[in-house]
Design a protein around this ligand. Structure first.
Ligand code: DX5
Ligand code: ZN
Length: 213
């Protein structure tokens, strides 16, 4: 299981990204909030360079933004592994998927805790990752919503047919990792648990070595 670390909860994004650069994290999980899809606004197109220019690991970009298409050109400039967007943030999901893919970047769809898993069906052949939010979008440090795991189990029955990776995002910490360890999860995203720690590598190791309770 890979670990992507989110800087969303940090009060100094640049400093936090530098610490993630120096850690054993597999990816930097970049939560971008536009103030429209979610209340939080934490970037502008003009501020992306300052933020992402300092990143030295592959970026795992989670767009909590309306009209995701308008960010793709700018993001493609960086070393991006995946761009993940929410279906209800665009009227043209297929166009978004095709455009991201045409840039040689993997495509992910994010589902909020209340989103129906069947909304994925038309896109299964075209996408690389599904990100299950186990908290509400827009903020770090919220409690893990365990009931989302029923949806994940259902999805995991078909994911191998389509070669799609399963991502869990939100509320992942030393306790909740035990709920994920045997669930065929490919990547976990962790924000506050890792970035509130002094030693990121110790926290990342706790997630990678998580034990079944
Ligand atoms: C929620 C974000 C998550 C969040 C994770 O809006 O998508 O990536 O920052 O943070 P923690 O691990 O603190 O829930
Ligand atoms: Zn996220």
């Amino acid at each position: 299981m890979k670990v992507a670390v989110s800087f969303l909860s940090s009060d100094n994004y640049i400093k936090c990204i530098k610490k993630i650069n120096d850690s054993n994290a597999d990816y930097i999980h970049v939560d971008l909030c536009d103030g429209k899809y979610v209340k939080t606004k934490n970037f502008t197109l003009g501020s992306l360079d300052k933020l992402l220019g300092t990143a030295q690991k592959k970026l795992h970009i989670h767009l909590m933004c309306n009209d995701p298409l308008k960010y793709v050109d700018k993001l493609a400039f960086y070393d991006v592994s995946t761009i993940i967007f929410h279906l209800d943030a665009t009227k043209k999901p297929s166009q978004v998927i095709d455009y991201i893919s045409s840039m040689g970047i993997k495509v992910g769809i994010a589902l909020n805790p209340s989103d129906d898993i069947n909304t994925l069906t038309p896109y299964l052949k075209q996408i690389d990752e599904v990100l299950f939010l186990t908290v509400n979008p827009g903020a770090g440090g919220q409690p893990f919503q365990e009931e989302v795991l029923d949806k994940v189990a259902k999805f995991n029955e078909i994911k191998h047919d389509y070669q799609i990776q399963t991502i869990i995002d939100g509320g992942v910490n030393a306790n909740t990792i035990s709920l994920l360890i045997d669930k065929d999860i490919d990547i976990v995203v962790s924000g506050s648990f890792v970035t509130n720690g002094e030693d990121y590598n110790e926290r990342i190791a706790t997630l990678k070595n998580g034990v079944l309770l």
